[in-house]
Design a protein around this ligand. Structure first.
Ligand code: GUN
Ligand code: FE
Length: 452
């Protein structure tokens, strides 16, 4: 069943609209966003054709144009998750281990099941359902070592019209035989997948050496070669997540100055490179990430759950050598698909370090900020003409506890956003649109569809 591209055009989505225009400097920065109390998004060919006040735009629409009205919702750009593992939907919530043991005991066992294309397809479908239920419309995704797992994910994403950035995990040592490729086969398979999927519709490829422990020098070299050969592909890996991991990397790469240098030597740093975690970095590593315009990915629920450590946002984003930062769930090390919950845990991680995460900054990160970290500003992450009409409709009164708390919020946007991120999860996502099509609808569309 083709779910993409079948809706009549144009169509419109009406409700309270929130979109960022700049990075908030702190609480109360009303210049960083645009809020329209009764706004309208007009969609043509999956893209936003016009945005503005409903009363000004409605009269100009052709008679019969369908309008989805969300009088009680807050419409934000579709949320963006910059680091998640789709083969870990049945690893999430695995008890009692830190990183290396967790990988061996749970993750590497589960990922072997993705040799079976049916298993991969079933999980890809579940995974995208779950993202959309959580208001996430773009994600940067690790598949497994099996090319078929990437195929399954992209095929499902293409069917739904979502934009996914994904890649085959490259792993040629320190993993079970069933999960190993070689420097050559990892290169060849990645190359074939790039040819097939990179830039096909909305799908983009990320070269994905899992992390330094599971790749030989020859494989990292091959990953670097792919990066050089195909400008425009992304690179994703893990960096400096756990102390035992860092010690192991030091033993495997005795000539490297530090963990970041292992990747640096093979040309893996750059503005399309995403490094998950970045918790225990030395100053020189921060400097190299900064110089290379690489992205450090903050994965708060994962860092707490696997006991990895506390991300230092202040040092990375606003230190002497500023590093571009994005935010992500890292399911299944992470414990929630919800970017709202992720923001809540991010807030708590920063609190433990005496730092802050204002609601405006959190919502900026989940939308425009993450889009910019992917170089996709102006196509996703904001509600403006030319962007894809990927939207999430949030409901700050989704649960009794939220509705009760909201009784004390008198129209203050930042308080509402903070309630949403602190108490909200998938229940607070009333609907999700992908290219203007309703891809998730919590309430079954009850009473919201009309026409001009
Ligand atoms: N480091 C290497 N692989 C992984 C993974 O799958 N999850 C996390 N959180 N860290 C990793
Ligand atoms: Fe991860």
């Amino acid at each position: 069943r083709d779910m993409a591209g079948s809706a009549p055009e144009p169509k419109a989505i009406r409700g309270r609209l929130l979109s960022f225009t700049a990075e908030p400097s702190g609480p109360g920065d009303t210049a960083s966003y645009r809020l329209i109390d009764d706004g309208l998004v007009v969609v043509r060919d999956g893209r936003i054709a016009e945005v503005g006040e409903a009363r000004s735009l409605l009269p100009g629409l052709p008679p019969g144009t369908p309008v989805d009205h969300h009088p009680h919702g807050l419409i934000v750009p579709g949320l963006i998750d910059t680091h998640i593992h789709f083969p870990q939907t049945q690893v999430i919530a695995s008890y009692g281990a830190q990183l290396l043991e967790w990988l061996n005991k749970y993750t590497f066992v589960e990922e072997q099941r993705f040799a079976d294309p049916d298993h991969a397809a079933r999980n890809a479908s579940f995974f995208l359902d779950e993202l959309l239920r959580n208001g996430t419309t773009t994600a940067v995704v690790y598949a497994t070592v099996h090319p078929g797992s990437v195929e399954a994910l992209f095929a499902e994403s293409e069917r739904r019209g979502t934009a996914m950035i994904a890649g085959k995990v490259m792993m040629d040592r320190n993993a079970p035989p069933g999960l190993r490729d070689t420097a050559q086969s990892g290169y060849d398979e990645s190359r074939a997948l790039i040819g097939r999927w990179h830039g096909r519709g909305r799908q983009l490829y990320a070269v994905t050496p899992r992390f330094a422990i599971t790749s030989t020098e020859a494989q990292l070299e091959a990953a670097g070669a792919l990066n050089r050969e195909f400008s425009g592909v992304y690179m994703q890996t893990h960096l400096s997540e756990n102390l035992k991991e860092i010690e192991t990397v030091r033993g495997l790469f005795p000539d490297a100055r530090h963990y970041t240098d292992v990747y640096d030597r093979y040309g893996l740093l750059g503005e399309r490179s995403l490094f998950g975690h970045c918790i225990h970095l030395e100053d020189d590593e921060v400097r190299r990430l900064s110089e290379s315009r690489s992205v450090a990915v903050f994965c708060p629920t994962s860092n707490l759950f696997i006991g990895s450590g506390l991300f230092d946002l202040e040092r990375l984003a606003r230190g002497r050598d500023p590093v571009r930062v994005s935010v992500a769930t890292d399911v299944g090390g992470g414990t929630s698909y919800s970017m709202l919950r992720t923001a809540a845990e991010g807030y708590k991680v920063l609190q433990l370090g005496g730092q802050n995460l204002p609601a405006l900054s959190a919502f900026h990160m989940m939308t425009r900020g993450n889009a910019l970290s992917l170089g996709l500003g102006g196509t996703i992450g904001t509600i403006e003409p030319g962007c894809f009409a990927d939207l999430a409709v949030l409901d700050a009164r989704a649960t009794p506890a939220m509705a009760h708390r909201m009784e004390t919020v008198d129209g203050d946007l930042e308080e509402e956003l903070f309630v949403l991120m602190t108490l909200g999860d998938d229940r607070a996502v009333a609907a999700t649109y992908v290219q203007g099509r309703r891809a998730w609808d919590r309430d079954g569309g009850m009473g919201m569809v009309g026409a001009v």
